[in-house]
Design a protein around this ligand. Structure first.
Ligand code: GLN
Length: 279
């Protein structure tokens, strides 16, 4: 490979690495915006930079997420540090944050919990847009929780980080809104092959992918105030099942929202307000 920006782009094209991915890798490596690369494609690369790029091309061709290679992912406008050990925040999850925000419109200082926070993406995005909200985030992986805490510190967003499994560190606490993007891929789903660099514990949830959604919904009523909302991300074909779980647990106003691709992606429900009779 010719040791210049243009040489790296040509080499990547020859090897079949996505053009945008290479630009983002070069941009992270050189600490320059993508537009700069175009105007400076004769910039020389030293041997260490060439070696790092070649290793990154190999990793990318092996399916390592780009975010693990650049070390960051933008979510709801926040630049989050990510690495192996946390799920890379997906754009479709931004819809869940938007839904939380709309539930909070008339109670700015609401108590909000994010279960299975991973990199902290959802909790931090909520805190960034609703600064008065009191946000708690739960994560069972100590490695992921350390990444989430660091993200909070760097972004100067105050979230109460708790270590544990779903509701376990929240004994006796009630919230106005609880949100979760739990694992929801079925064991053995062929889709998992493409995701094998990300933690299986953040992706896979039993034979039908609903194990964690079932656990979360079953215990949710004890942790929600009257009128409180539970909002959940799920697979494109799990809308009806998730609505069924919510209705069976006593939630009302149960509905599903699509993602930007038009696929069922999030379902939620509300605990009945005090004094409101439900059938
Ligand atoms: N949306 C992810 C995917 O299928 C899965 C995330 C999850 O299980 N929570 O790529």
């Amino acid at each position: 490979m010719t040791p210049t920006v243009a040489g790296a782009l040509a080499e990547a094209r020859r090897r079949g690495v996505d053009r945008l991915d290479v630009q983002l890798l070069l941009s992270a490596l050189l600490g320059r915006p993508r537009a700069w690369l175009i105007a400076h494609d004769d910039t020389p690369l030293d041997a260490a930079q060439v070696a790092r790029l070649q290793a990154a091309f190999d990793a990318r061709l092996d399916g390592v997420p780009l975010a693990y290679l650049t070390g960051e992912q933008v979510f709801c406008g926040l630049t989050l540090a990510v690495g192996p050990g946390v799920l890379v925040p997906r754009p479709e999850t931004e819809g869940l944050v938007e839904w939380v925000r709309s539930c909070l419109h008339d109670r700015a200082d609401a108590a909000v919990a994010d279960l299975g926070t991973g990199s902290g993406a959802i909790a931090l995005a909520i805190k960034a847009t609703c600064p008065a909200a009191r946000v708690t985030a739960v994560e069972r992986s100590p490695q992921a929780l350390a990444i989430a805490r660091d993200n909070g510190r760097r972004l100067q967003l105050d979230v109460d980080w708790r270590h544990g499994d779903w509701w376990q560190p929240l004994v006796g606490q009630q919230f106005d809104v609880v949100v979760a993007n739990p694992p929801y891929v079925a064991d053995g789903d062929p889709h998992l092959v493409a995701l094998h660099h990300e933690p299986a514990s953040a992706l896979v949830a039993g034979a039908d992918g609903l194990d964690d959604l079932r656990d979360i919904v079953a215990t949710a009523p004890a942790h929600l105030r009257p009128g409180g909302w539970l909002l959940l991300e799920h697979g494109h074909d799990q809308g009806a099942a998730t609505r069924g779980l919510l209705a069976a647990a006593g939630f009302v106003c149960v509905c599903t929202r699509p993602d930007l691709a038009g696929l069922d992606r999030c379902s939620g429900g509300q605990m009945p307000e005090l004094g409101v009779e439900t059938a």
